[in-house]
Design a protein around this ligand. Structure first.
Ligand SMILES: [Zn+2]
Length: 250
């Protein structure tokens, strides 16, 4: 039973993780994340203004159609009123029909005025939408530039780390076949949960062993296993707890 290769592997792997984290937590990596979020916001604003513009155009078209229809009705009514006026000269008893047409005309004119107001309102909404669209496009462009610059710097940083990363990965690959498969599997399972280190030395306080990973004491069974085989699984955090003394003698 040899843990030394696993521990060697773990040391290298932690070094690799440190570099990866350094890259992930670098200012430029953070900037890239912020840029991605900002870009999503700007994109949403652009899409919203486009949708808004489409519905404005549609509504505007409808209003214009209504306005034209009302205009036609007004023209027709005016012709009718003119005729009625002439008829009135001959037959003065037709006053009520004439008045009815005049009232209708007033109603149509007020309808036309209301449509005109709505058209003016749509136009100002349209201007507002265009402004929002422009602002969002400008923002998106700025964010894209900001992202590109941060990405460029991060790539440079990444390149400086590449040889070291490559060297560590090569060593890890070489070590892996020399490690007990069970240990390797346990190592990968524990680290996949973000627990580093996965293999920790046992802490001995008087007669009690505890896990250096989570600080919890080992049970009687755990301690016995640790003593007999020089390693055991921590009952609290599932890390592998080992004693170096026995491993050295194995
Ligand atoms: Zn533990």
């Amino acid at each position: 039973m040899k843990l030394d290769k696993l521990l060697e592997y773990q040391k290298l792997d932690i070094g690799l993780r440190r570099i990866t984290l350094e890259l992930e937590k670098s200012d430029d990596a953070k900037k890239i994340e912020v840029a991605k979020q900002e870009f999503a916001i700007a994109k949403k604003a652009i899409e919203d203004s486009e949708k808004n513009a489409l519905s404005l155009v549609e509504f505007f078209g409808e209003l214009e159609k209504n306005y034209q229809e009302v205009g036609k009705k007004i023209d027709k009514l005016i012709d009718q009123i003119e005729k009625q006026e002439k008829e009135l000269e001959k037959k003065p008893d037709k006053t009520s029909e004439f008045e009815k047409s005049i009232n209708e005309l007033a109603a149509l004119k007020s309808e036309a005025a209301s449509i005109e107001n709505k058209i003016a309102d749509q136009k100002s909404k349209g201007d507002e939408t265009i402004q929002k669209y422009k602002a969002a496009s400008d923002r998106a462009k700025k964010v894209r530039d900001f992202h590109a610059k941060a990405k460029e710097r991060l790539d440079i940083l990444q390149k400086t780390k590449d040889p070291e990363i490559k060297a560590i990965k090569t060593s890890l690959k070489k070590l892996e076949p020399q490690i007990d498969e069970i240990f390797m599997t346990q190592y990968k399972t524990i680290t996949s949960e973000g627990k580093y280190p996965a293999f920790v030395e046992a802490h001995l306080d008087g007669k009690n062993f505890s896990c250096k990973g989570c600080g919890m004491s080992l049970s009687q069974t755990g301690s016995s296993a640790l003593i007999s085989q020089s390693y055991t699984s921590c009952e609290s955090c599932r890390r592998i707890v080992y004693t170096l003394g026995k491993i050295a003698s194995n």
